[in-house]
Design a protein around this ligand. Sequence first.
Ligand code: TYD
Length: 141
Amino acid sequence: MVKLEEQIKILDFPDLGDERGNLVVVEGGSAVPFEIRRIFYIYGSDSEVVRGCHANLRSEFVMINVSGTSKVKVDNGRETRIIELNRPRMGLYLKNNVWKEMYDFSPDSVLLVLSNEHYDPEEYIRDYETYLEIMRGKHFE
Ligand code: TYD
């Protein structure tokens, strides 16, 4: 049975800053557990907007609120958890097959997302009932 705690991880990136300011380095393959093939960032979403609402068959992600705050609800079909991204040094790693919803964006929220895969709409599951069916199968694998 797949446990949500094994599918997500809170990452804490070191701050290499000095008296000139902060410097956070995120390297693929070490600070994040994959080689980075894609980055995208989300900003200008109103606080009542809910984004995401999908799972990915192959993509893994690391989400970082480099500015401002947002919340991420993660779900594996059996368990859910809400994580607040509220520090530029904090990352949320999501394995593939995790359902995610991002919401409660602060006005200054810039949500940076790193992924191990290029964009492929075919590997997105955007229907929650379909997701539950797929996960029901996986939970009993
Ligand atoms: P969407 O997946 O709905 O964004 P979110 O996860 O924030 O809710 O993506 C919005 C649009 O952008 C959709 O038409 C697909 C496109 N898109 C890409 O072309 N490449 C990407 O890497 C991403 C994340 C989205």
